[in-house]
Design a binder for this molecule. Structure first.
Ligand code: G3H
Ligand code: ZN
Length: 280
């Protein structure tokens, strides 16, 4: 079902809830993420990262599949390009029909982050594409957790003004690629950031945040919650279990289907948790 990131984010902000945004690597992830959202009747963001595109040798094959599955879904599904630091990939995403993009120049210095992001915003807004950017690098993409990084609220306000971004990814204590769920978020900083900027805030590296931490983050002002690693943890656990029980299997469908089911139920569980509001 078609919708826009703007519409979903607006509804979440009005209700004090958040939308779940899940990273797909394989077509099985795409199918499971959409099925999980349909199970609970909630909108979902289906994210394809630059890394995933590189794995497949290009964005278009997975993106076309994702867009087709999104359009046929019974719930609103936004296909989103995640963590792109390559302007050419943003253009490729726009060409294929993606209308929600995260441009990530957070490793550059502030001035370069502003100028490259503003340039991408101009190109995207010309075709009605939503742009998320990052300020205050959320670490861990190279495998090393960096939970110490923090986004400064004054700098965040200036960045949003200077770039015209639609959403801001902030560093508030999470870090990417955690398979344990013990990250501690700075809720007071989330609230200060929410008050400092008038665009939705995005939490990256949410796999490492326990359920209570996610609830509190939503309560304090997070509107989009990005989850990737957690899906791979539950999928791989099931694949390992099936292969250990039945080592004679050779058809990938026999072990990928249980992995896909595991993603489906975890997506539904997390979407419900985020949509229930903080409960605090
Ligand atoms: O952009 C993607 C998310 O930040 C995913 O992070 O794999 O640590 O959940 P995660
Ligand atoms: Zn991320």
């Amino acid at each position: 079902m078609n919708t826009t990131m703007a519409a979903v984010a607006h509804e979440c902000r009005t209700r004090g809830t958040a939308v779940g945004a899940f990273n797909a690597i394989l077509l099985e992830h795409v199918e499971a993420i959409v099925a999980g959202a349909e199970d609970v009747g909630l909108p979902v963001v289906l994210q394809l990262s630059q890394n995933a595109a590189e794995y497949h040798g290009g964005l278009a094959p997975l993106a076309r599949g994702a867009l087709a599955i999104a359009e046929a879904a019974s719930v609103p599904v936004i296909v989103h390009l995640d963590h792109a630091d390559d302007e050419a990939l943003v253009d490729e995403a726009l060409a294929v029909g993606i209308r929600s993009v995260m441009f990530d120049a957070s490793t550059a210095d502030y001035a370069e982050n502003v100028s490259r992001t503003a340039n991408v915003v101009a190109r995207c807004h010309a075709v009605g594409c939503w742009v998320e950017a990052e300020l205050g690098e959320v670490g861990g993409k190279d495998g090393a957790h960096a939970p110490g990084a923090r986004t400064d609220p004054d700098e965040a306000a200036a960045f949003v003004l200077a770039t015209g971004v639609n959403a801001l990814a902030v560093a508030v204590g999470s870090s990417h690629a955690m398979s344990s769920r013990d990250a501690v978020l700075d809720d007071e900083l989330i609230a200060r950031l929410r008050d400092a900027v008038d665009v939705p805030l995005v939490l990256h590296g949410s796999s490492g945040v326990p359920d209570d931490g996610l609830r509190a983050a939503v309560h304090h002002g997070i509107t989009k919650v990005n989850v990737g690693t957690r899906l791979n943890v539950v999928m791989t656990y099931q694949v390992r279990r099936v292969l250990a029980e039945r080592p004679e299997l050779t058809d990938p469908r026999a072990y990928l289907a249980p992995g896909r089911d595991a993603i489906r139920s975890e997506v539904g569980r997390i979407l419900r948790l985020l949509a229930d509001g903080s409960g605090l």
